[in-house]
Design a protein around this ligand. Structure first.
Ligand SMILES: [Fe+2]
Length: 304
């Protein structure tokens, strides 16, 4: 096992104060500003979850938590690079490289974890039709931003998805939970890749790779506390007049409840909750592309 989890995304934005306001309303929290780099944290224990630097709008790459010193050494050897002191909040050591599309990948080991923060509200006790779990009390979540617990996954575009799927498999051990094809199973259009954590359960996808004309980013996605946290976050973002992209619905691949917003530079960020978990015994599924690829219920994908 090389990687414990995805931990942060790296952007550049022309207007740091605008993106800071947006991401705070989205559900992240201020952490630090180092020169022209703005660091935001989530409510979980990651040293930080989001960094953006002043500059022309760009998605730069992502950071992972290496699972051990041995894993960090292996990653350094694999990418023929050296281990350096990590310049980000929390410190530790890291190695960095680029994937075949030019995305920066960072692997950090030994960074100080933050204290997790309370994120308001007990888990929902659902009163479904077959099990009444909330008796004599009301479900009244507080109004306010979502509480992003952690960075959950990214979806990237690639002009050569099959090669990129193989690269993440060979170099980082990622495995496809589901492969999407065009009707011919040999023509893979997209993949939902999970981390190699053996018998341990991990997210259905930490990286989604989608074939496209050019390399790029579709979205980055943060896990919220629960269903009400997604819904209440939606209310607040709507009240503040932010640009909504798509949702609220339930995805097919990964089953997450989702809601997408668009930041001031045009990057899409997703709130999700209730995603599937898989492990080494979960078989890879092959699925033809279709309406089901996108969602089980919810509004149609914009433009389709
Ligand atoms: Fe997503």
């Amino acid at each position: 096992m090389l990687i414990d989890d995805i931990e942060y995304v790296i952007f550049r934005h022309p207007d740091l104060s605008a993106v800071r306001r947006f991401m705070i309303d989205f559900g992240l929290l201020d952490l630090a500003q180092h020169g022209d780099a703005l660091y935001l944290r989530s409510y979980g224990d990651a040293p930080f979850s989001y960094v953006t630097q002043q500059g022309e709008a760009a998605f730069v790459g992502m950071g992972f938590r290496a699972s051990s010193q041995t894993a960090l050494n292996q990653l350094a050897a694999r990418f023929s690079t050296s281990i350096e002191d990590c310049p980000h909040p929390g410190g530790g050591q890291y190695v960095h490289t680029v994937d075949p599309d030019g995305r920066r990948l960072e692997f950090v080991f030994g960074a100080r974890r933050l204290e997790s923060l309370p994120s308001g509200g007990a888990p929902i006790a659902w009163n479904d039709a077959h099990a009444r779990n909330r008796l004599g009390r009301y479900q009244r979540p507080a109004y306010g931003p979502s509480h992003a617990q952690r960075l959950g996954h990214l979806a990237v575009f690639s002009p050569a998805p099959q090669q990129l799927i193989e690269w993440y498999g060979e170099n980082l051990g990622m495995q496809p939970s589901e492969l999407i094809h065009d009707g011919n199973e040999a023509n893979v259009l997209a993949a939902f890749m999970h981390l190699d954590k053996g018998a341990e359960w991990t997210d259905h996808h930490t990286l989604a790779i989608v074939g496209a004309q050019a390399a790029g980013l579709d979205h980055v996605s943060f896990e919220c506390r629960d269903f009400d946290d997604v819904g209440m976050g939606h209310m607040l973002m709507q009240d503040k007049g932010y640009k909504h992209r798509w949702g609220i619905g339930r995805h097919f691949h990964g089953s997450q409840i989702f809601d997408y917003w668009t930041d001031p530079a045009g990057f899409h960020v997703e709130h999700f909750t209730d995603g599937d978990r898989v492990n080494e015994d979960t078989p890879t599924q092959l699925c033809p592309f279709g309406r089901d690829t996108l969602l089980q219920w919810g509004p149609p994908f914009p433009g389709l």
